[in-house]
Design a protein around this ligand. Structure first.
Ligand code: CMC
Length: 430
C-alpha cells in the first residue's frame, strides 16, 4: 500500500481512495469500494486506465519498450534460455535448477501424445476449415478427453491440466496443420526438443526422412518464447474472465484461442502477411500508406502499432534478428514480399504520421515473414501464436484461481438504452 491516497470530490462530498504501489510501474487507485461508498461506477471502455487484477507474472513498460517475465528481460530469456525454461519460469515463478529443468522437460515431452480418439474428432471438420476454428474446437474438446484433470479445486489436477496443455498443444497444432494440408498425422517424438518435435510433426511425411534444421528449430523456439506471455491483453483477460466462473482450464484456454483469432490481436500476423501479398510490389506502397492515413478509410497497416508499446516492441527487435537469421539460413534473398516489408518498415519509421502516433512495427510484422519462410501457410500463423501463448494463459489462470481474493468477473456498464416502458400489443404499434 502506498502512503498516498486519492481524493474524489462529487459536489460537496469527498471520498479518500487507497493508492496501491506495485513493485514497478504506475501507482493504482483502488476503486473496489467506489460503488458501495458513492453509488457510482467508473467508465473505461477498452480498459485503457483499469487494472483488472493483481499479478506477479509479466511486466511491460510500453514507453521504455521493456518486457519482463517474472522480472527477467525478454531479450535475456530469448538469447540464453529455451522455451521450456520460460514455461517453467512463468508457471513456477523462478528459473529451474538443472535437475528441475531436466525433470520438467521430461514430464512435458512424455505427455505429448493425444488420446487416439482425438484423431477421429478432427475428421468431423471440413478440410477447408480455418485452422483457428479447428484449434478452438479441439482444445475445447480436451475437457471431454481429460476429465480427470478438470477439478479446479485440486492443485494436483490443476498442474496436470497445465502440463497436458503445454505438452499437447504442439501435437494438436501440428495435427491441425496436417489436416489442413491433407497429410497424415505424424506422432510426436520424445527424443526431440520441444521446437524440433513440433517442426517434425508439421513437416515430416511417412515417405521421406525429415531432419530438423537446428537454426530453424532455434528460431521456432525463440518465436515461442517471445509469444509466451504478455500480461492482461484481450485473450489473457478472456481466459481469466472465463476461469473466474469456475470453468475448466481446457474450456478457458479454448476461450483464449477464440479471442486471439481477431485481427487486432493474434490474427494480426496472418493479416500482416496477407496485406504484404495484397500490396505485392514496392511501387504500390505509397497507395497503402495513403489509405492508412485516410481517416475515412478503415484500412490499417497490419503489424504496426500497439496498445501498450509506444516506443518500440522489444519482441519485434529480437524477431527482426531471427527473421534475418532464418532467411540467411534458407538462402532467401529475392523475395518480393520481403522487399515490400522492408520498404514499408523504412517508410513507417520515418513518415511523420507513424512517428507522431508512435506506430512502430510490432512482433506480428516480423513473425509473419519468418513463419512463411519456415514453410507455414498464413492460416497457421495465429495457431502458432496460440500454441506459444498457452503457457502464459495457464500461468495467469492458475494465479487467478490461487488468489484468495478471486471473485467472478463482472464488469458494469453505462446504460444508455430505453428507460422502463410498457409493452405495446402488436396491433397498437405504428
Ligand atoms: N495503421 C494506421 N493507423 C493506425 C494503426 C495502424 N496499424 N494503428 C493505430 N493507428 C492510428 C489510429 O487510426 C488512431 O488515429 P487517430 O488518433 O487519428 O484516431 C491512432 O493511431 C491510435 O489508434 P488506436 O486504435 O486508438 O490504438 P489502440 O491502442 O486502440 O490499438 C492496435 C492498438 C494494435 C489494435 C492498433 O494499432 C492496430 O489495429 N494495429 C494493427 C493490428 C496489429 O498489428 N495488431 C497486433 C498487435 S501486437 C500483437 C498482440 O499483442 O496481439
Amino acid at each position: 500500500m502506498s502512503d498516498k491516497s486519492a481524493r474524489l470530490t462529487l459536489g460537496n462530498e469527498t471520498w479518500d481512495l487507497n493508492v496501491r504501489q506495485g513493485s514497478v510501474g504506475p501507482e493504482v487507485i483502488d476503486i473496489g469500494s467506489l460503488y458501495r461508498d458513492t453509488g457510482m461506477f467508473t467508465y473505461d471502455p477498452g480498459f485503457t486506465s483499469t487494472a483488472s487484477c493483481e499479478s506477479k507474472i509479466t511486466y511491460i513498460d510500453g514507453d521504455e519498450g521493456t518486457l519482463l517475465y517474472r522480472g527477467y528481460p525478454i531479450e535475456q530469456l530469448a538469447d540464453h534460455g529455451d522455451f521450456l525454461e520460460t514455461c517453467y519460469l512463468l508457471l513456477y515463478g523462478e528459473l529451474p535448477t538443472r535437475a528441475q529443468k531436466e525433470d520438467f522437460d521430461f514430464r512435458v515431452s512424455h505427455h505429448t501424445m493425444v488420446h487416439e480418439q482425438m484423431t477421429r474428432f478432427f475428421s468431423g471438420f471440413r478440410r477447408d476449415a480455418h485452422p483457428m476454428a479447428v484449434m478452438t474446437g479441439t482444445v475445447g474438446a480436451m475437457s471431454a478427453f481429460y476429465h480427470d484433470s478438470t477439478d479446479i479445486t485440486d492443485p494436483h489436477q490443476r498442474m496436470v491440466a497445465s502440463l497436458r496443455m503445454i505438452a499437447k498443444l504442439p501435437t494438436i497444432a501440428a495435427m491441425t496443420y496436417k489436416y489442413h494440408v491433407g497429410q497424415p498425422f505424424v506422432y510426436p517424438r520424445n527424443d526431440l526438443d520441444y521446437a524440433s518435435n513440433f517442426l517434425h510433426m508439421c513437416f515430416a511425411v511417412p515417405c521421406d526422412e525429415y531432419k530438423v534444421n537446428p537454426v530453424l528449430s532455434r528460431a521456432m523456439d525463440r518465436i515461442f518464447t517471445l509469444h509466451a506471455d504478455h500480461e492482461q491483453n484481450a485473450s489473457t483477460s478472456t481466459v481469466r474472465l472465463a476461469g473466474s466462473s469456475g470453468a475448466n482450464p481446457f474450456a478457458c484456454i479454448a476461450a483464449g484461442i477464440a479471442c486471439l483469432w481477431g485481427p487486432a490481436h493474434g490474427g494480426a500476423n496472418e493479416a500482416a502477411l496477407n496485406m504484404l501479398t495484397e500490396i505485392g510490389s514496392v511501387d504500390r506502397i505509397p497507395e497503402y500508406i495513403a489509405k492508412a492515413k485516410d481517416k475515412n478509410d478503415p484500412f490499417r497497416l497490419m503489424g504496426f502499432g500497439h496498445r501498450v508499446y509506444k516506443n518500440y516492441d522489444p519482441r519485434a527487435r529480437i524477431m527482426q534478428k531471427t527473421t534475418h537469421e532464418v532467411l540467411a539460413e534458407l538462402g532467401i534473398k529475392d523475395d518480393p514480399l520481403l522487399d515490400v516489408a522492408m520498404e514499408l518498415e523504412r517508410i513507417a519509421l520515418s513518415d511523420e504520421y507513424f512517428v507522431e502516433k508512435r506506430l512502430y512495427p510490432n512482433i506480428d510484422f516480423y513473425s509473419g515473414i519468418t513463419l512463411r519462410a519456415l514453410g507455414f501457410p498464413t492460416t497457421m500463423f495465429t495457431v502458432l501464436f496460440a500454441l506459444a501463448r498457452t503457457v502464459g494463459w495457464i500461468a495467469q489462470w492458475k494465479e487467478m484461481i490461487e488468489d484468495p481474493s478471486q471473485r467472478i468477473g463482472r464488469p458494469r456498464q453505462l446504460y444508455t438504452g430505453a428507460a422502463q416502458r410498457d409493452y405495446t400489443p402488436i396491433d397498437q404499434r405504428s
